[in-house]
Design a protein around this ligand. Sequence first.
Ligand SMILES: [Zn+2]
Length: 399
Amino acid sequence: MHYPNFSFTYTSTSTKHRGRRGHIRTPHGAIETPAFIFCATKAAIKAATIKQVKEAGTQIILSNTYHLMLQPGSSLVKKLGGLHKFCGWDGPMLTDSGGFQIFSLGYGSVADEIKGARRFNQRQSAVKISEEGALFKSYTDGKKHLLTPEKSIQVQRDLGPDLVVVFDECTPFHVSKEYTASSMRMSHRWALRSMTEFDRHNDGAQALYGIVQGGVYEDLRKESIDFINDQDFFGIAVGGSLGASKEQMYEVVQMVMPKLTPNRPVHLLGIGGIRDIFSGVRQGIDTFDCVHPTRIARHGGALVKKGEKEHINLMNAQFKDDPNPIEEGCPCEACQTYSRGYIHHLLKAKEILALQLITLHNITYMNRLMAAIRVALETDTLDEEEKRWLNDQEASQDL
Ligand SMILES: [Zn+2]
């Protein structure tokens, strides 16, 4: 058995959707699912301490292999006791394979695509892809690095998180079906190489996720699902291009989920809007990650229930003399102590406390949302719960 120290169990109660209430066991504790994974990109949640992140109800964080292999380097993290000790987090942790960032250098990110940015041709020369791996230039010192499936797994082993991910090519949306198909098949070969490397040193401390590829094409997704279902991955991430719009992303998830083997946790890569989370949960997604909640916080964006949008921007003049907290009833320090007017002032005065307070609020908000979703799955009241968080009208949202 590959994963003696990991397990995944779930129950589903609804006849209306595929949503499930689950439990992932890892060597660093359990994750109650559905759960949101916060991005500690460079081994830090920007503008919050690990203690604050934990006290806000966070169960799991992730770091990015690409960033950490360039700065400070995975051998240094290993020397300093591994990622958990390095950043002070004692709960479950995930790292990605590095692929997403590397290929984003070449293509622009999937999120950019969904937002409609068209950057595919601008920087693709920054990465050279071959069967062996991806050759790219470091943004820290300009040196060339070759990241292969083997190297990615070795780096993730040195970093030492609980959950690790196979190396894949993140194909952009604006390529041909032929390109998507050949890229998918190469990613499958890379997945097998990742697993072989994983097996060479598997000591039970980590569990490996495979990634379903295939872009927006149903036949390719089916081919990828058949491949992934046959391999002994602990979990499955839904990746590859999720399309050019939210509707297409929902369609891809809907296309994939019923065909996946049901006994593994499923992660949806890079999606974190509130409506997107409800939609994903209904399809049976167990975990989500996205920089969105902490990134918007650093631009004044605070998540609120039932607004016109999923967040308000506290930079806006309308909050100048607003005596209310960001959200009535929120237990976070920002809401318990300060008014919107005060935080607006901090933003205007460029006080970094503003970013800390909004970050703390948004982390608390996401964790309360996921806790509420878990209860709603137990009581089969997801529709009612969604109405407590979102406006009934279809609001236009940023990813
Ligand atoms: Zn709050």
